[in-house]
Structures are given as C-alpha cells and as structure tokens.
Ligand binder design. Structure first.
Ligand code: FAD
Length: 221
C-alpha cells in the first residue's frame, strides 16, 4: 500500500470498526494490532456482549439508538445476523446505582426519548421469571430493543468488510510512538516482542491516527 492516510492503533472491535468506517468513506487505512485479531487479552475477547438502549445516561441511550441502523446495514451487507434481539429484563432495587446504571432513572431516560418499555413490579418478576423471595422493594423493566451481540462473529464480519474496502491489516506489530511533524504524523512500530530494538523500528507517515489500544493492558505508546 502507498502512504496510508490513516493509521489505526489497536485491532479490537473499536479499531476494526473504525477501519471499516473510514475505508468505506474513502480513506487509505492501515490497521495495526500488537497481537492477533480476535485475541482474548483485550476487552473485545469472548463470544457475546449485551446490546441495549436502556441506560440511565441519556447520551449512552442516544448513542445506542444511533447505532441501530448501522448494525442493520452491517447485517444486510454480510447477510449475517449479529444481534439476537431477544429484549432484556433488568431488575433490582429501583434507585441503587450500579456499574450498569439505575433502574428508575433508566426508565425516565426512556420516557424522555419516547421509548416504550414494560415496568415490572416484584410479583410480576417472580411470576414471569420463576424467582421466589425477591426483596420486597425490587422492581424491573423489560425493554424489547435489546439483545445479545455475537461478539466474535461481529469482529470477523467487520474485519472482512474492512479488508473488502481495502484496509491493510497488520498483526504482531506494536506501535511504540506517535509524533506530530510539520508534514503530518509519524507512527513508529516494532515487531511485537522485539524489545523495541532500534534496527527493527519502522516509521509510517500518515495524515491522521485513530488510537484504540483499549483499557485493559498497559499501553505501550
Ligand atoms: C468482561 C467484559 C464484558 C463486557 N460486556 C459488555 C456488554 O455486555 N456490552 C457492551 O456494549 N460492552 C461490554 N463490554 C465492553 C466492550 O467489550 C469494550 O468496550 C470493547 O470490547 C472495547 O474494544 P476496544 O477495541 O476499545 O479494546 P480492546 O478489545 O481491548 O482492543 C484493543 C487492542 O489494541 C491492541 N493494542 C494495544 N496497544 C497497542 C499498541 N501499542 N500497538 C498495537 N496494538 C495495540 C491490543 O492488543 C488489543 O487487541 C465488556 C467488556 C468486558 C471486558
């Protein structure tokens, strides 16, 4: 490939999805992954993820709603079903804040966004889902615009589409430095595991970078 216009650092789902979107929009993209694609060390490993619109935070709910047509277009392009839209039931204490958010405030967010949902009282949850002796103050919410993402398959599909649109995919290569110069950006790489030896360094000139190294492992850039 000639000089890429964009270098993407990190080939988890975010890097792969960015590569596909940018290449489809006409950019010359090089995607660089430290390990191998679909690795299980990063956040994107594993087979499934939850997809939902029901969040306490309005910006997250809006973001998820905006992705809905994108998911559908990728499913059409790949002729694969990537989300099982089973709906989701979320129950617990109404105002307890967890990493997943808070049930009452999530329902208020759905009201503001005009999203229909089903409120469940404790007895409804017990009857419908076969629980006994749930705490008396439990409530629940069922939202049908949710389901299970086939996480591995989604990455495979997105990478396939990225390659189809001309993305150059490079594995076992670690980005060690990104420098802005008057001419553009210089990305420095080494073969992974080579201990950053100077003679193994490669310099890639590009116009822009997208940095998607994830949050789980110490970032070496
Ligand atoms: C257990 C778990 C459950 C989750 N459940 C959900 C869920 O149900 N629903 C949901 O929406 N989200 C969920 N998430 C969050 C979601 O999985 C992450 O937001 C997403 O996978 C992040 O992808 P990423 O590409 O940013 O990061 P990663 O998948 O971590 O990818 C980063 C990649 O960058 C590479 N890299 C790092 N540094 C360099 C470098 N210097 N040079 C080259 N490559 C580099 C790494 O090797 C890695 O492959 C969950 C996350 C976890 C961990």
């Amino acid at each position: 490939m000639d000089k890429p216009s964009v270098v993407i650092v990190g080939g988890g789902v975010m890097g792969i999805a960015s590569a596909y979107s940018l290449a489809r929009a006409g950019a010359k993209v090089r995607l660089i992954e430290r390990g191998s694609f679909f690795n299980s060390h990063g956040s994107s490993g594993g087979l499934s993820r939850m997809w939902r619109v029901i969040y306490s935070e309005e910006y997250l709910a809006t973001l998820a709603l905006n992705t809905d047509p994108m998911w559908k277009s990728i499913e059409i392009a790949s002729k694969r079903s990537l989300i099982d839209r089973t709906g989701i039931v979320w129950f617990g204490q109404p105002t307890t804040s967890t990493t997943e958010g808070e049930i009452e405030s999530a329902m208020r967010t759905m009201d503001r966004l005009g999203q229909k949902y089903q409120r469940l009282e404790r007895d409804d949850i017990q009857k419908k889902y076969g629980f006994d002796n749930l705490p008396k103050d439990y409530i629940g919410v069922f939202h049908d615009n949710a389901g299970t993402i086939h996480a591995r398959e989604t990455q495979e599909v997105l990478l396939g589409l990225a390659v189809y649109h001309g993305v150059e995919c490079i594995e076992q290569t670690t980005v060690t430095d990104i420098t802005s110069t008057a001419q553009g950006i210089v990305v420095t790489t080494v073969p992974t595991g080579s201990d950053k030896k100077r003679d193994q360094q490669r310099r890639i000139e590009c116009d822009k970078t997208v940095i998607c190294p994830g949050v789980l492992r110490k970032n070496s850039v």
